[in-house]
Design a protein around this ligand. Structure first.
Ligand code: ADP
Ligand code: MG
Length: 395
Protein backbone atom coordinates (compact mmCIF):
# COMPACT_ATOMS: atom_id res chain seq x y z
CA UNK A 1 0.00 0.00 0.00
CA UNK A 2 1.15 3.55 -0.63
CA UNK A 3 1.81 6.01 2.19
CA UNK A 4 1.71 3.26 4.78
CA UNK A 5 5.05 4.15 6.32
CA UNK A 6 4.75 6.41 9.34
CA UNK A 7 7.25 9.19 9.27
CA UNK A 8 10.22 8.58 11.50
CA UNK A 9 11.91 11.95 11.09
CA UNK A 10 9.51 14.70 10.05
CA UNK A 11 6.78 15.82 12.40
CA UNK A 12 5.56 19.00 10.69
CA UNK A 13 7.19 19.92 7.41
CA UNK A 14 5.46 23.33 7.25
CA UNK A 15 7.71 24.48 10.09
CA UNK A 16 10.64 24.22 7.70
CA UNK A 17 9.08 26.25 4.92
CA UNK A 18 10.71 29.57 4.10
CA UNK A 19 7.69 31.67 5.02
CA UNK A 20 7.00 30.11 8.41
CA UNK A 21 7.28 32.64 11.23
CA UNK A 22 8.34 31.00 14.51
CA UNK A 23 6.75 32.21 17.73
CA UNK A 24 10.18 33.03 19.15
CA UNK A 25 13.29 34.04 17.24
CA UNK A 26 16.50 32.96 18.90
CA UNK A 27 19.33 35.51 18.80
CA UNK A 28 17.12 38.31 17.53
CA UNK A 29 15.93 39.42 20.96
CA UNK A 30 17.95 42.64 20.76
CA UNK A 31 16.48 43.60 17.38
CA UNK A 32 12.95 42.85 18.62
CA UNK A 33 13.56 44.96 21.69
CA UNK A 34 14.77 47.90 19.59
CA UNK A 35 11.72 47.65 17.32
CA UNK A 36 9.51 47.70 20.39
CA UNK A 37 11.33 50.79 21.61
CA UNK A 38 11.11 52.59 18.28
CA UNK A 39 7.39 51.86 17.93
CA UNK A 40 6.36 52.73 21.46
CA UNK A 41 5.22 56.27 20.48
CA UNK A 42 2.84 54.77 17.94
CA UNK A 43 1.33 52.44 20.49
CA UNK A 44 0.99 54.98 23.28
CA UNK A 45 0.21 58.18 21.35
CA UNK A 46 -0.58 57.24 17.77
CA UNK A 47 2.59 58.97 16.55
CA UNK A 48 4.01 57.57 13.28
CA UNK A 49 7.29 55.72 13.71
CA UNK A 50 9.91 54.26 11.41
CA UNK A 51 12.73 51.77 11.41
CA UNK A 52 15.33 50.57 8.94
CA UNK A 53 16.35 46.93 9.16
CA UNK A 54 19.73 46.44 7.54
CA UNK A 55 21.69 43.22 7.07
CA UNK A 56 22.80 40.66 4.52
CA UNK A 57 20.77 37.75 3.17
CA UNK A 58 19.39 35.26 5.66
CA UNK A 59 20.07 37.32 8.76
CA UNK A 60 16.40 37.21 9.75
CA UNK A 61 15.27 40.71 8.72
CA UNK A 62 12.04 39.63 7.04
CA UNK A 63 11.07 37.10 9.68
CA UNK A 64 11.80 39.58 12.48
CA UNK A 65 9.64 42.25 10.84
CA UNK A 66 6.83 39.72 10.39
CA UNK A 67 7.12 38.47 13.96
CA UNK A 68 7.09 42.03 15.26
CA UNK A 69 4.00 42.99 13.24
CA UNK A 70 2.12 39.87 14.31
CA UNK A 71 2.98 40.62 17.92
CA UNK A 72 1.82 44.22 17.45
CA UNK A 73 -1.49 43.08 15.97
CA UNK A 74 -1.97 40.73 18.90
CA UNK A 75 -1.15 43.49 21.35
CA UNK A 76 -3.65 45.83 19.72
CA UNK A 77 -6.34 43.15 19.62
CA UNK A 78 -5.70 42.26 23.27
CA UNK A 79 -6.26 45.88 24.22
CA UNK A 80 -9.37 46.22 22.06
CA UNK A 81 -7.57 48.63 19.77
CA UNK A 82 -7.27 48.55 16.00
CA UNK A 83 -4.27 48.61 13.72
CA UNK A 84 -3.68 47.96 10.01
CA UNK A 85 -0.69 46.18 8.57
CA UNK A 86 0.53 45.94 4.98
CA UNK A 87 3.55 43.91 3.93
CA UNK A 88 5.04 44.60 0.51
CA UNK A 89 7.99 42.87 -1.10
CA UNK A 90 9.52 45.50 -3.36
CA UNK A 91 11.33 42.89 -5.41
CA UNK A 92 7.86 41.90 -6.64
CA UNK A 93 6.29 45.39 -6.50
CA UNK A 94 9.31 47.25 -7.76
CA UNK A 95 7.76 50.52 -8.88
CA UNK A 96 6.04 53.31 -6.98
CA UNK A 97 2.88 52.50 -8.94
CA UNK A 98 3.04 48.84 -7.89
CA UNK A 99 3.52 49.70 -4.24
CA UNK A 100 0.66 52.21 -4.10
CA UNK A 101 -1.57 49.80 -6.00
CA UNK A 102 -0.96 47.00 -3.51
CA UNK A 103 -1.61 49.39 -0.64
CA UNK A 104 -4.92 50.56 -2.09
CA UNK A 105 -5.98 47.01 -2.84
CA UNK A 106 -5.50 46.18 0.79
CA UNK A 107 -8.58 48.35 1.36
CA UNK A 108 -10.31 48.00 -2.00
CA UNK A 109 -9.54 44.64 -3.59
CA UNK A 110 -11.13 45.56 -6.91
CA UNK A 111 -9.13 48.73 -7.61
CA UNK A 112 -8.10 48.67 -11.30
CA UNK A 113 -4.40 48.64 -12.16
CA UNK A 114 -4.77 51.21 -14.93
CA UNK A 115 -6.53 54.47 -15.57
CA UNK A 116 -5.47 56.54 -12.56
CA UNK A 117 -2.65 59.01 -12.27
CA UNK A 118 -0.12 58.76 -9.46
CA UNK A 119 -1.73 61.73 -7.74
CA UNK A 120 -5.19 60.24 -7.96
CA UNK A 121 -3.93 56.99 -6.55
CA UNK A 122 -2.20 58.70 -3.66
CA UNK A 123 -5.36 60.64 -2.87
CA UNK A 124 -7.40 57.47 -2.98
CA UNK A 125 -4.94 55.75 -0.67
CA UNK A 126 -5.07 58.67 1.71
CA UNK A 127 -8.84 58.60 1.88
CA UNK A 128 -8.75 54.92 2.75
CA UNK A 129 -6.15 55.31 5.46
CA UNK A 130 -7.98 58.31 6.90
CA UNK A 131 -11.32 56.55 6.99
CA UNK A 132 -9.83 53.69 9.01
CA UNK A 133 -9.01 55.93 11.99
CA UNK A 134 -6.21 53.70 13.16
CA UNK A 135 -2.46 53.42 12.71
CA UNK A 136 -1.13 51.61 9.65
CA UNK A 137 2.21 49.79 9.77
CA UNK A 138 3.69 49.47 6.31
CA UNK A 139 6.58 47.06 5.78
CA UNK A 140 8.61 47.66 2.61
CA UNK A 141 10.83 44.59 2.30
CA UNK A 142 13.83 44.79 -0.05
CA UNK A 143 13.15 48.49 -0.37
CA UNK A 144 16.53 49.02 -2.08
CA UNK A 145 15.07 47.45 -5.23
CA UNK A 146 12.31 50.05 -5.24
CA UNK A 147 14.73 52.89 -4.56
CA UNK A 148 16.99 51.82 -7.40
CA UNK A 149 14.04 51.82 -9.78
CA UNK A 150 12.37 55.04 -8.76
CA UNK A 151 13.30 58.03 -6.69
CA UNK A 152 12.40 58.21 -3.05
CA UNK A 153 9.42 60.51 -3.61
CA UNK A 154 6.93 57.86 -2.67
CA UNK A 155 8.56 57.21 0.68
CA UNK A 156 8.72 60.91 1.36
CA UNK A 157 5.08 61.37 0.48
CA UNK A 158 3.97 58.46 2.61
CA UNK A 159 6.00 59.75 5.54
CA UNK A 160 4.32 63.16 5.16
CA UNK A 161 0.79 61.74 4.91
CA UNK A 162 0.26 61.66 8.62
CA UNK A 163 0.88 65.34 9.13
CA UNK A 164 -2.31 66.13 7.29
CA UNK A 165 -4.33 63.32 8.78
CA UNK A 166 -6.84 63.41 11.58
CA UNK A 167 -8.79 60.98 13.65
CA UNK A 168 -6.03 58.65 14.83
CA UNK A 169 -4.75 57.66 11.41
CA UNK A 170 -1.03 57.45 10.75
CA UNK A 171 1.43 55.57 8.60
CA UNK A 172 4.45 53.99 10.27
CA UNK A 173 7.12 52.31 8.20
CA UNK A 174 9.55 49.45 8.51
CA UNK A 175 11.99 49.48 5.63
CA UNK A 176 14.20 46.48 5.00
CA UNK A 177 17.35 46.43 2.90
CA UNK A 178 20.64 44.63 2.53
CA UNK A 179 22.57 47.87 2.31
CA UNK A 180 22.08 51.13 4.17
CA UNK A 181 19.44 53.10 2.28
CA UNK A 182 20.25 56.57 3.57
CA UNK A 183 22.33 57.35 0.47
CA UNK A 184 19.40 56.35 -1.71
CA UNK A 185 16.89 58.58 0.00
CA UNK A 186 16.89 62.27 -0.79
CA UNK A 187 17.55 64.70 2.01
CA UNK A 188 13.88 65.60 2.39
CA UNK A 189 13.00 61.98 3.07
CA UNK A 190 15.91 61.49 5.39
CA UNK A 191 15.00 64.47 7.50
CA UNK A 192 11.52 63.08 7.97
CA UNK A 193 13.01 60.00 9.59
CA UNK A 194 15.00 59.99 12.74
CA UNK A 195 18.64 59.20 12.41
CA UNK A 196 18.96 56.65 15.16
CA UNK A 197 16.36 54.27 13.88
CA UNK A 198 18.55 51.82 11.98
CA UNK A 199 18.61 48.29 13.36
CA UNK A 200 21.53 46.18 12.25
CA UNK A 201 21.33 42.47 11.53
CA UNK A 202 24.77 40.85 11.63
CA UNK A 203 25.54 37.56 9.98
CA UNK A 204 24.83 34.67 12.31
CA UNK A 205 27.81 33.02 13.97
CA UNK A 206 28.25 29.30 13.93
CA UNK A 207 26.81 28.91 17.41
CA UNK A 208 23.83 31.09 16.62
CA UNK A 209 23.14 29.01 13.50
CA UNK A 210 23.35 25.88 15.63
CA UNK A 211 20.72 27.24 18.04
CA UNK A 212 18.48 28.20 15.13
CA UNK A 213 18.83 24.70 13.68
CA UNK A 214 18.03 23.05 17.00
CA UNK A 215 15.05 25.33 17.61
CA UNK A 216 13.67 24.60 14.15
CA UNK A 217 14.36 20.87 14.43
CA UNK A 218 12.48 20.89 17.70
CA UNK A 219 9.38 22.26 16.00
CA UNK A 220 9.56 20.41 12.71
CA UNK A 221 11.13 17.04 13.47
CA UNK A 222 10.51 14.12 15.80
CA UNK A 223 12.25 14.51 19.11
CA UNK A 224 15.83 13.33 19.36
CA UNK A 225 16.45 12.68 15.67
CA UNK A 226 19.11 15.40 15.35
CA UNK A 227 22.30 14.86 17.35
CA UNK A 228 24.22 17.88 18.58
CA UNK A 229 27.15 16.80 16.44
CA UNK A 230 25.01 16.77 13.32
CA UNK A 231 23.61 20.21 14.13
CA UNK A 232 27.23 21.26 14.57
CA UNK A 233 28.11 20.02 11.11
CA UNK A 234 25.17 21.91 9.59
CA UNK A 235 26.19 25.09 11.38
CA UNK A 236 29.76 24.59 10.22
CA UNK A 237 28.63 24.44 6.61
CA UNK A 238 26.45 27.53 7.05
CA UNK A 239 28.89 29.67 8.99
CA UNK A 240 30.74 30.93 5.91
CA UNK A 241 27.57 32.68 4.84
CA UNK A 242 26.02 33.33 8.27
CA UNK A 243 22.73 32.71 6.50
CA UNK A 244 19.87 31.06 8.39
CA UNK A 245 17.90 30.38 5.24
CA UNK A 246 20.65 28.20 3.90
CA UNK A 247 20.91 25.98 6.98
CA UNK A 248 17.15 25.62 7.32
CA UNK A 249 16.90 24.65 3.66
CA UNK A 250 19.65 22.13 4.21
CA UNK A 251 17.94 20.79 7.33
CA UNK A 252 14.77 20.32 5.30
CA UNK A 253 16.57 18.44 2.52
CA UNK A 254 18.55 16.32 4.97
CA UNK A 255 15.34 15.44 6.83
CA UNK A 256 13.70 14.35 3.57
CA UNK A 257 16.73 12.19 2.76
CA UNK A 258 16.76 10.70 6.26
CA UNK A 259 13.06 9.92 5.96
CA UNK A 260 13.84 7.72 2.95
CA UNK A 261 16.57 5.91 4.86
CA UNK A 262 16.37 3.31 7.57
CA UNK A 263 18.36 4.96 10.36
CA UNK A 264 15.44 6.61 12.10
CA UNK A 265 17.62 9.64 12.61
CA UNK A 266 19.34 12.38 10.71
CA UNK A 267 22.93 11.39 10.04
CA UNK A 268 26.00 13.36 9.06
CA UNK A 269 25.78 11.76 5.62
CA UNK A 270 22.21 13.01 5.17
CA UNK A 271 23.49 16.52 5.83
CA UNK A 272 26.34 16.09 3.35
CA UNK A 273 24.04 14.74 0.65
CA UNK A 274 21.70 17.66 1.21
CA UNK A 275 24.60 20.06 0.93
CA UNK A 276 25.83 18.35 -2.21
CA UNK A 277 22.33 18.61 -3.69
CA UNK A 278 22.18 22.30 -2.97
CA UNK A 279 25.67 23.26 -3.94
CA UNK A 280 27.31 20.30 -5.57
CA UNK A 281 30.48 22.29 -5.28
CA UNK A 282 32.75 19.30 -4.97
CA UNK A 283 33.24 19.38 -8.65
CA UNK A 284 35.62 16.98 -10.20
CA UNK A 285 37.51 20.06 -11.30
CA UNK A 286 38.37 20.87 -7.75
CA UNK A 287 39.61 17.35 -7.08
CA UNK A 288 41.58 17.44 -10.31
CA UNK A 289 43.64 20.33 -8.96
CA UNK A 290 45.06 18.05 -6.27
CA UNK A 291 48.30 16.18 -6.91
CA UNK A 292 48.36 12.49 -6.16
CA UNK A 293 49.85 12.95 -2.68
CA UNK A 294 46.98 15.15 -1.65
CA UNK A 295 44.49 12.86 -3.35
CA UNK A 296 45.81 9.98 -1.27
CA UNK A 297 45.60 12.07 1.91
CA UNK A 298 42.02 13.06 1.11
CA UNK A 299 41.11 9.48 0.27
CA UNK A 300 42.44 8.41 3.66
CA UNK A 301 40.37 11.04 5.42
CA UNK A 302 37.26 10.06 3.46
CA UNK A 303 37.72 6.38 4.33
CA UNK A 304 38.40 7.08 7.99
CA UNK A 305 35.34 9.32 8.23
CA UNK A 306 32.78 6.57 7.54
CA UNK A 307 29.45 7.87 8.86
CA UNK A 308 30.89 10.17 11.53
CA UNK A 309 30.53 13.94 11.39
CA UNK A 310 34.14 14.51 12.50
CA UNK A 311 37.31 12.51 13.00
CA UNK A 312 40.44 13.42 14.87
CA UNK A 313 43.55 14.09 12.84
CA UNK A 314 45.27 11.18 14.60
CA UNK A 315 42.65 8.77 13.33
CA UNK A 316 42.99 10.20 9.83
CA UNK A 317 46.75 9.69 9.90
CA UNK A 318 46.42 6.04 10.87
CA UNK A 319 44.30 5.38 7.80
CA UNK A 320 46.65 7.57 5.76
CA UNK A 321 49.55 5.17 6.46
CA UNK A 322 47.48 2.27 5.17
CA UNK A 323 46.29 4.08 2.04
CA UNK A 324 49.83 5.23 1.21
CA UNK A 325 50.97 1.63 1.24
CA UNK A 326 48.10 0.67 -1.02
CA UNK A 327 49.12 3.28 -3.60
CA UNK A 328 52.85 2.74 -3.24
CA UNK A 329 53.57 6.11 -1.68
CA UNK A 330 55.68 6.69 1.39
CA UNK A 331 53.56 8.38 4.07
CA UNK A 332 54.57 11.95 4.93
CA UNK A 333 55.26 13.19 8.41
CA UNK A 334 52.62 14.78 10.57
CA UNK A 335 53.56 18.38 9.69
CA UNK A 336 53.35 17.61 5.97
CA UNK A 337 50.00 15.83 6.40
CA UNK A 338 48.75 18.86 8.30
CA UNK A 339 49.83 21.10 5.40
CA UNK A 340 47.84 18.90 3.01
CA UNK A 341 44.79 19.24 5.24
CA UNK A 342 45.14 23.01 5.36
CA UNK A 343 45.56 23.24 1.58
CA UNK A 344 42.37 21.33 1.12
CA UNK A 345 40.56 23.42 3.69
CA UNK A 346 41.48 26.52 1.67
CA UNK A 347 39.51 25.21 -1.28
CA UNK A 348 36.64 24.05 0.94
CA UNK A 349 37.15 20.34 0.46
CA UNK A 350 37.70 19.97 4.20
CA UNK A 351 36.84 21.79 7.40
CA UNK A 352 38.88 21.64 10.57
CA UNK A 353 38.11 22.61 14.12
CA UNK A 354 39.91 22.37 17.44
CA UNK A 355 38.06 20.78 20.32
CA UNK A 356 39.07 20.82 23.95
CA UNK A 357 39.14 17.32 25.39
CA UNK A 358 38.03 16.44 28.90
CA UNK A 359 41.66 16.02 29.95
CA UNK A 360 42.38 19.63 28.95
CA UNK A 361 44.23 18.76 25.75
CA UNK A 362 43.28 20.21 22.41
CA UNK A 363 42.63 17.98 19.43
CA UNK A 364 42.14 18.92 15.80
CA UNK A 365 39.10 17.42 14.10
CA UNK A 366 38.46 17.18 10.40
CA UNK A 367 35.11 17.16 8.64
CA UNK A 368 34.05 16.79 5.04
CA UNK A 369 31.32 19.33 4.48
CA UNK A 370 30.11 18.82 0.97
CA UNK A 371 29.82 15.22 0.02
CA UNK A 372 29.24 11.84 1.66
CA UNK A 373 32.75 10.47 2.33
CA UNK A 374 31.91 7.20 0.57
CA UNK A 375 31.17 9.03 -2.66
CA UNK A 376 34.25 11.17 -2.31
CA UNK A 377 36.34 8.04 -1.76
CA UNK A 378 34.87 6.45 -4.87
CA UNK A 379 35.70 9.49 -6.98
CA UNK A 380 39.24 9.65 -5.66
CA UNK A 381 39.85 5.93 -6.15
CA UNK A 382 38.69 6.28 -9.71
CA UNK A 383 40.96 9.27 -10.32
CA UNK A 384 43.97 7.65 -8.69
CA UNK A 385 43.60 4.55 -10.83
CA UNK A 386 43.03 6.35 -14.09
CA UNK A 387 46.09 6.18 -16.37
CA UNK A 388 46.35 9.94 -16.93
CA UNK A 389 47.77 10.61 -13.53
CA UNK A 390 49.88 13.59 -12.62
CA UNK A 391 52.41 11.13 -11.14
CA UNK A 392 54.12 10.96 -14.49
CA UNK A 393 55.25 14.55 -14.13
CA UNK A 394 56.44 14.34 -10.59
CA UNK A 395 59.92 12.92 -10.89
P1 ADP B 1 16.47 37.93 5.44
O1 ADP B 1 15.16 38.58 5.25
O2 ADP B 1 17.39 38.69 6.35
O3 ADP B 1 17.15 37.54 4.15
P2 ADP B 1 14.84 35.86 6.56
O4 ADP B 1 14.12 36.63 7.60
O5 ADP B 1 14.10 35.54 5.32
O6 ADP B 1 16.23 36.57 6.21
O7 ADP B 1 15.39 34.52 7.23
C1 ADP B 1 15.79 33.43 6.43
C2 ADP B 1 15.22 32.15 6.98
O8 ADP B 1 15.80 31.86 8.23
C3 ADP B 1 13.72 32.20 7.21
O9 ADP B 1 13.19 30.92 6.94
C4 ADP B 1 13.61 32.52 8.67
O10 ADP B 1 12.42 31.99 9.20
C5 ADP B 1 14.82 31.85 9.26
N1 ADP B 1 15.38 32.56 10.40
C6 ADP B 1 16.16 33.66 10.34
N2 ADP B 1 16.52 34.05 11.56
C7 ADP B 1 15.96 33.18 12.43
C8 ADP B 1 15.99 33.06 13.86
N3 ADP B 1 16.67 33.93 14.62
N4 ADP B 1 15.34 32.04 14.41
C9 ADP B 1 14.66 31.17 13.64
N5 ADP B 1 14.59 31.23 12.30
C10 ADP B 1 15.24 32.22 11.69
MG1 MG C 1 14.19 39.04 3.48
Amino acid sequence: MMFEKNSAIIKDVKKLSFDYVPAKLVHREEQMRRLEMLFRPMVTDGVPCSAFLIGSVGTGKTVTAKRFCEDLLKYYAGNSKLMDHIFINCRIRNTAHGVILQMIRNFDTGFPDRGFSADEMLRSLKRHVESRSRPLVLVLDEVDVLLKNSNSDLIYQLSRFTEEMQGGSSISMIMISQEPVSEMLDSASISSFKRANTIKFDKYTKNELKDIILARADEALMSGVVDLDVADLLADIGKVYGDARLVIEMLEKAAAIAEEGENGRLTADDVRSANAMIYSNVSENKLATLDSKRKVALLAIARAMKGDPYISITRAEKTYAVVCEEYGQSPRKHTQFWTYVQDMEKINLLDTMVKSETDGGRVTYISIPDIPPKELAKKLEYMLESPISDDEFEF
